[in-house]
Design a protein around this ligand. Sequence first.
Ligand SMILES: C[S@@+](CC[C@H](N)C(=O)[O-])C[C@H]1O[C@@H](n2cnc3c(N)ncnc32)[C@H](O)[C@@H]1O
Length: 195
Amino acid sequence: MKQFKEIEEKAHAKHVPIMKEEGIEFLSSFIMNHPEIMKILEAGTAVGYSALTMASIRENITIDTLEINEEMISIAKKNIKEREMDDRIFVHQIDAMLYQSAQYYDLFFIDAAKSQYYKYLEHFLPMSYVGSYFVFDNMNFHGIVDDPELSHNRSTLQMTRKLKRFREKILKDERFEHEFHPEIGDGILVLKRIK
Ligand SMILES: C[S@@+](CC[C@H](N)C(=O)[O-])C[C@H]1O[C@@H](n2cnc3c(N)ncnc32)[C@H](O)[C@@H]1O
């Protein structure tokens, strides 16, 4: 996203994982095409790149974004304040699994610990309604989910096995309509709650 090029470049320089360009473009057009999306919950703020991009789509969008890493939180808050978006993007220092809210969200963007995707979904479900969307990034995890030979790192392989199980299980889950885009960015899954 050209708009936040500087944040994107700094994130790359510091090896902070942020959404790939194709993924963020998909997410942006998804939000643009769904004007009913106004309240967003994001799990995994990092430096605030995806939150800023989503909030820039329309002025009626507010975002609660959850992050556990203190260094990320201070960078994200600075980036958000500098762009005068701190009245619409609220950074919460909390483990996503502990976040509670009496609010209902129109869209959940899940981009925190990949091995916890199923748990996040179940945890956030009471904050959704029939019609809410859930978007998950990194469903392919650099191709390793489908081709474990690409990694020799034990914890990566453990995580990608979990991602694979999540993918298989969720695509059969009748509580949701599914849209899986393995070819976009690092693999994007969109669920719409229908029950
Ligand atoms: C891939 S990055 C998020 C990128 C960001 N959404 C973007 O595209 O600009 C994932 C972030 O999730 C955070 N994270 C990991 N586990 C978490 C948890 N349990 N709760 C909240 N944040 C978590 C990490 O510290 C990391 O900053």
